[in-house]
Design a protein around this ligand. Structure first.
Ligand SMILES: Cc1cc2nc3c(=O)[nH]c(=O)nc-3n(C[C@H](O)[C@H](O)[C@H](O)COP(=O)(O)OP(=O)(O)OC[C@H]3O[C@@H](n4cnc5c(N)ncnc54)[C@H](O)[C@@H]3O)c2cc1C
Length: 525
């Protein structure tokens, strides 16, 4: 064992896992005046938190499972989060085409209820049930910013153009988009600003209770290190069960159900800024979402996952499933040849014993073990509910930290998000006035990534050449330096697939140049 990092002074809270839940908890705790250390075995958001559908949503379909608590909390959160990060998240309208073949997943509480009172429906999901669901969706969580549901005539509305002629009517409702991996890194940065120590590429290898504290062993860039903490939070997502079993050496207790979800990305399939939500014959739904200006994101699947969560990929069968599902709706069939990229993530769901992967609860469960120094295990959760999950986690730990501050994160902007929720266009116009060499789409990308911090990224540049090397896709040396210095990026992959999504645009030469530039900067330091 090498240096005993921090052994003299134990931190209040040690967090295992740099996904959205770990980083959200670290930020909340640091803002309450607690000392916090977080260890992530790879890059921030390298697992599930960069592989989501990227929606701040109430989860319309969870209403069919009567998950009212989750839906209500998530609906309320949409606007709270939008106000705190108007750069990386924005309102989005969803078009839900109607047709008589729509079906429930057979065993949802709603389908069982309807089958009992209206057996002739035979599992069909009638339009009036959807409208009722959308009425609840509009009113359960209180809306001030997002517009409510309306009905569309797809024969005249531009949203109908990309769809097959049989779809003539649709409902349109609101949810929000969020850049998931940027959400994680901004939470980590804000936690660090408030005093938290964020360690990436640092795996927790063992932890045990000793003398009223947790002793935590880590393996990272500094070699093998050890530290002490008053409380331990297991926010290891899909690895939460493994951490309990192997890292903490505990048997039994709650378990995690690993449910894989995959997405495909195609070139742009339609020319407007609304998304589609499609209902399948199997009772499932998928989304088709405008993505990164020139692409369409389609997903997701629901498959129980065996094996290492980090090895999840979108299988050929899942690709075919998504293509066939989308082709039931789009006028032009979607085929494997349209796919430019795919990704897959594993939902770390609380195992509630549900039969199907689709039915397993998406709500989160926090389990406190206070037989000695406290251990808080986090199961499940949504990107959308991360802030509330963090508040609940701190509530559970409050008895051990009587001097900790009160809840504070609602209404406090994340880095770069300190401007009005409808102020993106004005901010972008100001950016282009200050840096006239930026193209419109370049400026839009920067504002959507860095918000008011874009000026710090670009600095004194007066021409594109002042930003240093051009890697392609508008990625420059200045932005790369910012990401390495301020956002915990260490590799080309961190930059291309998590801090940005420019991996969709850079060619092999650009990636090689980026790798060489990062290696050179590493040697300098
Ligand atoms: C396909 C899909 C679509 C989704 N879509 C949405 C959506 O649209 N909206 C929404 O709200 N939610 C969505 N979700 C849910 C959401 O993405 C997850 O609930 C959330 O990202 C889980 O975050 P987490 O922090 O718990 O886990 P993770 O992001 O997986 O983070 C856990 C981290 O712990 C680290 N770790 C594990 N073991 C150790 C160790 N020993 N030492 C150090 N670090 C360790 C891992 O490397 C990992 O980075 C979706 C999920 C999936 C899979």
């Amino acid at each position: 064992m090498g240096a005993e990092a921090g052994s003299q002074s134990a931190v209040d809270i040690f967090v295992i896992g740099g996904g959205i839940n770990g980083c959200g908890i670290a930020r909340d705790a640091a803002g309450r005046g607690l000392s916090v250390r977080l260890a992530e075995q790879g890059d921030l958001a390298q697992a599930t938190s960069s592989a989501s559908t990227k929606l701040f949503h109430g989860g319309l379909r969870y209403l069919e499972y009567f998950e009212f608590r989750l839906v209500r909390e998530a609906l309320q959160e949409r606007e709270t989060l939008l106000l705190a990060m108007p750069h990386i998240s924005w309102p989005m309208r969803f078009v839900l085409p109607l047709h008589p073949g729509m079906r429930f997943e057979t065993k949802t509480p709603t389908s069982r209820l309807l089958t009992a009172v209206m057996p002739w429906m035979r599992g069909r999901r009638p339009a009036w049930v959807i409208r009722l669901g959308l009425f609840l969706y509009d009113h359960l969580g209180g809306r001030r910013i997002l517009p409510g549901t309306r009905t569309l005539d797809l024969r005249s509305d531009p949203a109908g153009r990309a769809l097959r002629g049989e779809f003539t009517r649709a409902y349109e409702y609101s949810d929000c988009w969020v850049q998931d991996s940027r959400l994680v890194v901004l939470n980590a940065r804000d936690a660090a600003r408030r005093g938290a120590e964020i360690l990436t590429r640092t795996r927790v290898t063992a932890a045990r209770r000793e003398g009223g504290l947790w002793t935590v062993d880590m393996s990272g860039p500094e070699g093998e290190t050890r530290c002490h903490a008053r409380a331990l939070v297991n926010a290891a997502g899909p690895w939460a069960g493994e951490v309990i079993r192997d890292t903490l050496g505990r048997q039994g207790g709650a378990s995690v159900r690993l449910v894989r979800g995959s997405h495909i990305v195609t070139r742009k399939l339609f020319d407007h800024d609304r998304s589609y939500i499609f209902q399948g014959r199997d009772g499932r739904i998928i989304f088709a979402i405008p993505y990164e200006q020139d692409f369409t994101l389609i997903g997701t699947t629901d498959q129980d996952h065996e094996g290492d969560p980090s090895e999840a990929v979108c299988t050929p069968a899942e690709q075919d499933y998504l293509c066939a599902f989308a082709s039931e709706y789009f006028a032009r069939p979607v085929t494997r040849a349209d796919i430019v990229w795919s990704y897959s993530g594993v939902r770390p769901l609380y195992d509630d014993g549900a039969r199907s992967a689709t039915a397993a609860t998406r709500d989160y469960v926090l389990r406190l073990d206070d037989r000695g120094a406290p251990l808080l295990n986090v199961f499940g959760g949504k990107i959308t509910t991360y802030r509330r999950l963090a508040e609940h986690a701190l509530e559970k730990l409050a008895p051990f930290f009587p001097a900790a501050g009160a809840t504070w994160t609602a209404g406090v902007a994340l880095p770069g998000g300190d401007f009005p929720h409808d102020g993106v266009a004005a901010l972008q116009a100001r950016l282009v006035a200050d840096y006239p060499f930026l193209t419109k789409s370049w400026a839009a990308r920067l504002i959507r990534a860095y918000g008011t911090e874009t000026w710090l990224v670009l600095g004194e540049a007066r021409a594109a050449a002042d930003l240093g090397e051009d890697f392609g896709g508008t990625l420059t040396g200045a932005e790369v330096r910012w990401l390495l210095r301020e956002e915990y990026a260490r590799s080309a992959e961190d930059i291309l697939w998590r801090r940005t999504r420019l991996g969709l645009r850079l060619d092999a030469a650009g990636v090689a140049a980026l790798e060489a530039s990062i290696a050179a900067q590493r040697e300098e330091t």
